[in-house]
Design a protein. Sequence first.
Length: 214
Amino acid sequence: MKTVYFVVPDDLSAPTGGNIYDLRVRAGLESLGWTVSFDPPPAGALVLVDGIVASCVEAQRFRTVVLLHMPLGVPSSAAAVITTSRWCRRHVLATQGLDPQRVHVAVPGVDPAVPATPSEAGARLLCVGVVARHKGHDVLVEALAKVADLEWDCMCIGSLNREPEFVERLLRQTREHGKGGGPEGLGGGRSMAERITFAGPRRGADLDACYADA
């Protein structure tokens, strides 16, 4: 039986896109007859490593395949690289000088869902992702401030614990926009802080309901 050792971030239970992708990869490999182990790999083993922790793996000791969700650095000795988008593959090839034959794409799939009933005005907005600098929630707040005269509500779903200082600054940014607020009475007379909700993580049926309501 073929065995691959999977090196992933510490908490696979967190409802992030990267974790869901990793778990689906594990399930897919097992369905093809592979044994997927999270134990420390022995020298010479085939190791699939999440790109977030790739720098912690001594790639030269293993046959290492890097699973790259974001265009991070890749150990030059990696046997192969799997990116989750064609853009990421192009970026890695352009910036890191890797052999194109070693860099592959496995685009994330989706589960079928019942089509949502749209709101008449398209005013229910949803942003899903960990609340952290690289996700750009501060840019989102600035963009929404420019259309504060329109009727909308925005729910942001994702962990608030990854970068607490950024979250604190983001909440302050949202409150400060509420003070200036634009012309009196626009946007239903509500402040930005009332219209943008940071709801924390959701998963399963709760997350499905949020998508359906958007």
